[in-house]
Design a protein around this ligand. Structure first.
Ligand code: ADP
Length: 922
């Protein structure tokens, strides 16, 4: 028996399979997409499809073609890459094997179809080119969002690569595959830190000359200088490799175009919507690194990983003042993960938000228009890539139609001048397209063009005719019959149809004889004899034959005609992609500004004053997310850090509100830099270059590293990089090691950040440090100008009772806390009463106080006494010998007793266990 893998179709299949390694290949066969071999086995397991066999020994699984999007979504969600191989030729016109081509390659970083992308989050692709040989070398990144066409270049130091990829929501990373075919260690480390898929690419695609050629050709330019790229710029390698990959996966490959045959549909996909690469200057933004993004729960919560409960979530909730468009949602996300660090720009954005806060009428009108707006950025992308749907065109037209009204509403507001200017500049180019779409297409457009139904009647003669034939074949035939009968004076003439002979003209046998008896034998009538029956003769005419073929193909022709008209509209749109990008920008900005304003109105947020000096004053500040949950139950707090930096140490029991306080401060600084109003009565916030956080590590996110190691790595990065313009937020340092180690580290770190050794050159950052080590509060005495103690107020009830309950007041006050109330909190948490009681006893026996001792801090602070012990260490020196020493009353001892006591002490020191084993009370 012939090898089932040798059939022409299977050979074709294997050819595509080889061209797309690493992809599941969906192979169109009639009404199904089929998978074979390994693919069939893997996918049937992953998606629960039935596994069959094409022929013995060739496993096969498939899905109906119209279900493709559903299955694609599931495949992509499960991390597969998929190549879709379509029939690009009408099977009836094929001589032998139907021509097929891979029409889409869908990878995690190149999603564009509406069903596959989420509204809020960009699905971004990046290419990385390391610019040095070492493991720790810097890199050039090219980052593109295929669905909207944004294209950005960034140069990153080794420590900033992961942050940049996280901030940009990169889902797929292209890297140059080394000759040994292995994934390089420095790429592996990125994959360990971020959940993204890595795609090896041939190394030549990253080579300067090749990459440069790809870029010059794609953008149709003679030099890349216009994009701010030097001749030898390493960014060219990354950018070229990225464009090359996109051309390969998203547009018609060379093979497909070369083998064109009659009846083949060749894709019209282009990357026309891809913007020219733009290099972003990181100094224009307040940087928030990956740990801070996570810890401050900016995009998602740490626990649930959802948007609800995150800072971003506040501005997305539809129906409660959140963004109204998907574009606005994505933009506000970008504003929050990349806040500004430029006073002018921040103030301009604040003023624009202010317009909508002050002028509620304008806000309502703009909101009403934005409700009509769709995701024009992504629609433009789909048009360029040849994947637009009829509904996309209608939605685009509706969105464009809002321009005149929007312009009228924001006409007299100087703060919205940039948005207005942009809308104004594209109006005359886009409105005619919208009118054309609305004029030609029905309002309720079909989801796809497979059955037509998008274009109105009366806008295209050919389409009308095709439809008329389809709908009115019956009445045409009646008209024709009547006309023939009249013209040829054959009153009994009938026009009929049957499946075998098609359309015919029938005369009864008697009439046929009369017809034949005419002078010209009936030739003048154009009737041609077709069939002789017992009682009748059947004829046809050239016109009827033409009608027949027209009717037969009318439906196909109508659909084809609609597809042509659709393509025409798409071409019109493609010619205006640049203008649509400008429109998208304007609409998304209005939407995001409005969302900021709505939040400000709803929650009484105020406009912070952002200044150049590194200060931080917030009066009655609240946590933006918690206040939403707790309403007026949230206790507002103040913070004030001096102009020369300043470090606030916040102490207080667990659950008192320390973390909330430091996070709300960081979030408010961030919001201020994003140009938003903030939840506070009044605030002056100095321009901030970076927000650093070090808060409880999430072990799951750092598989393979100990919590303490993560903690110290993050702290090291802060100590190395924080400047006098940074904000540092620390929540408990040194917990992952022994108390003494931890305390010592926390002590040294605090000193360093507050401007102790080594920081003088860069100045000290504004720092908030929440800690349960209340020993650290002694540092305020040592650096009174730089360190400030704050504590969270709690009340004991009844006061002074050893078994008192504690009440959290969540109020931050100056000064230090005197105890940590850990046992109180444990009691609240429901620890068994016996355990609580025993803990109290142990605490009492451990507590060692030095009421009358000279202040060891002062001693430690004196440079003359470098070896002096600090109280924090002596407090922990619990030793039985010391206890015994304390018990000794020297005045009452005789010399011999003193000698005995000394001997006993020495023996305790040499053999402490013996002492511990002695019965208590001796
Ligand atoms: P800590 O860091 O001191 O252990 P948290 O900041 O985690 O405490 O706060 C514990 C809980 O107290 C929070 O979940 C929150 O519900 C509540 N809380 C904190 N700060 C406030 C506040 N200012 N007003 C009202 N409730 C608060």
């Amino acid at each position: 028996m012939a090898d089932p893998r040798e059939t022409p179709a299977m050979q074709q299949y294997f050819r595509f399979k080889r061209q797309h390694p690493g992809c599941i290949l969906l192979f169109r066969m009639g009404d199904f997409y089929e998978m074979f071999d390994e693919d069939a086995v893997t996918v049937s397991k992953a998606l629960g499809l039935t596994l069959t066999q094409r022929t013995a020994g060739v496993p096969m699984a498939g899905m109906p073609f119209h279900q493709l999007e559903v299955y694609l979504r599931r495949l992509i969600q499960q991390g597969f890459r998929v190549a879709v191989c379509d029939q690009i030729q009408d099977a009836r016109q094929a001589k032998g094997l139907v021509a097929r081509a891979v029409t889409r390659v869908i990878t995690p970083g190149t999603l564009v179809d509406e069903a596959l992308v989420s509204d809020e989050a960009p699905a971004t692709l990046a290419a990385i080119l390391f610019t040095g040989d070492g493991e720790d070398s810097p890199a050039s990144l090219a980052i593109a969002e295929v669905s909207t066409g944004s294209f950005i270049l960034a140069d990153c130091g080794p420590g900033a690569i992961v942050d940049e990829l996280a901030r940009r929501s990169v889902r797929e990373l292209l890297f140059a595959q080394p000759a040994d075919g292995k994934t390089p260690g420095r790429v592996k480390r990125i994959l360990d830190a971020l959940a993204l898929s890595a795609t090896p690419r041939p190394a030549w695609a990253f080579r300067h000359a090749e990459a440069r050629d790809v870029l010059l050709k794609h953008f149709g330019v003679a030099t890349l200088a216009g994009y701010g790229l030097r001749e030898d710029d390493p960014a060219i390698g990354a950018a070229g490799a990225l464009v090359h990959y996109l051309l390969e996966t998203q547009t018609a490959g060379p093979e497909e175009t070369a083998q064109r045959e009659p009846g083949m549909k060749v894709r019209t996909a282009t990357l026309a919507h891809l913007a020219a690469p733009r290099r972003e200057d990181p100094s224009g933004f307040c940087q928030i690194d990956a740990p801070a993004l996570r810890a401050l729960e900016i995009e998602r919560t740490v626990r649930g990983q959802g948007i609800d409960g995150s800072l971003l979530g506040l501005f997305l909730a539809t129906g409660s003042g959140g963004c109204r468009t998907a574009m606005g949602k994505r933009l506000i996300r970008e504003w929050l993960v990349r806040p500004l660090a430029d006073l002018e720009l921040i103030r301009a954005r604040q003023q624009a938000v202010g317009v909508f806060v002050e002028d509620r009428r304008a806000a309502v009108h703009v909101a009403a228009q934005l409700d009509l707006v769709n995701d024009v950025a992504r629609i433009a992308g789909r048009v360029a890539l040849g994947r637009a749907t009829p509904r996309d065109l209608i939605a685009l037209a509706r969105s464009i139609a809002t321009i005149p009204t929007l312009l009228a509403v924001i006409d007299s507001t100087p703060a919205l001048a940039p948005q207005r200017a942009r809308l104004d500049s594209v109006r005359d180019h886009l409105c005619p397209i919208a009118e054309e779409v609305t004029g030609r297409c029905v309002e309720e457009a079909p989801a796809h063009l497979r059955e037509g139904g998008l274009f109105r009647d009366g806008i295209d003669a050919e389409l009308d005719e095709a439809r008329l034939l389809q709908r009115d074949a019956g009445s045409w035939l009646a008209m024709y019959q009547e006309r023939l009968a009249r013209e040829h004076e054959l009153p009994g003439l009938k026009v009929g149809y049957n499946r075998v002979f098609g359309y015919y003209i029938e005369l009864s046998a008697a009439q046929a004889r009369a017809f034949d008896g005419r002078a010209d034998g009936g030739r003048g009538t154009g009737l041609l004899r077709k069939q002789t029956l017992k009682n009748a003769e059947r004829f046809t005419t050239a016109e009827l034959r033409e009608f027949e073929s027209k009717v037969m193909t009318a439906e196909a022709r109508a659909i084809e005609r609609e597809q042509m008209l659709f393509q025409h509209l798409c071409d019109r749109i493609t010619a205006r992609l640049a203008e649509i990008a400008v429109l998208a920008q304007s609409l998304s900005e209005l939407d995001a500004l409005l969302a900021f304003a709505e939040r400000a109105i709803r929650r009484g947020w105020r406009c912070p004053e952002v200044v150049d000096e590194p200060v931080l004053t917030i009066h009655a500040g609240r946590h933006p997310v918690l206040e939403d949950l707790l309403g007026s139950g949230f206790v507002p707090n103040d913070v004030e850090l001096g102009p020369a930096g300043g470090l606030a140490l916040i102490t207080g029991p667990n659950m008192a509100g320390k973390s909330t306080f430091i996070r709300q401060t960081a979030l408010n600084v961030l919001l201020a830099h994003a140009g938003s109003y903030i939840p506070a009565d009044r605030a002056t916030i100095g321009l901030t270059d970076r927000i650093f956080t070090r808060v409880g590590a999430d072990d799951a996110l750092h598989a393979g590293q100990s919590t303490f190691m993560v903690e110290m790595t993050e702290t090291a990065s802060i100590l190395h990089h924080a400047t006098a313009r940074s904000l540092v937020v620390l929540d408990e340092i040194g917990r992952g090691t022994s108390t003494l180690d931890g305390l010592s580290l926390a002590w040294a770190i605090t000193e360093h950040l507050a401007g102790g050794t080594g920081r003088a050159r860069r100045g000290s950052p504004r720092t908030l440090f929440a800690t349960h080590y209340h020993e650290l509060t002694d540092l305020e005495d040592r650096y009174p100008a730089r360190i400030l103690n704050l504590h969270v107020e709690v009340r004991e009830w009844p006061p002074g009772d050893p078994h008192a309950q504690i009440i959290f007041l969540h109020r931050i006050l100056p000064g230090r806390t005197d105890q940590s109330y850990g046992i109180h909190v444990a009691k609240l948490a429901g620890l068994p009463a016996g355990v609580i009681e025993r803990a109290r006893e142990v605490l009492a026996s451990l507590a060692v106080h030095h009421a009358g001792a000279p202040d060891p801090i002062q001693a430690a602070a004196s440079p003359a006494a470098p070896d002096a012990q600090m109280s924090l260490f002596t407090e922990y020196l619990a030793h039985p010998a010391i206890d015994r020493l304390r018990e000794i009353k020297i005045d009452e001892l005789s010399p011999i007793q003193a000698f005995d006591a000394l001997r006993a002490l020495k023996s305790i020191v040499e053999n402490p266990r013996a002492d511990a084993a002695r019965p208590a009370g001796r």
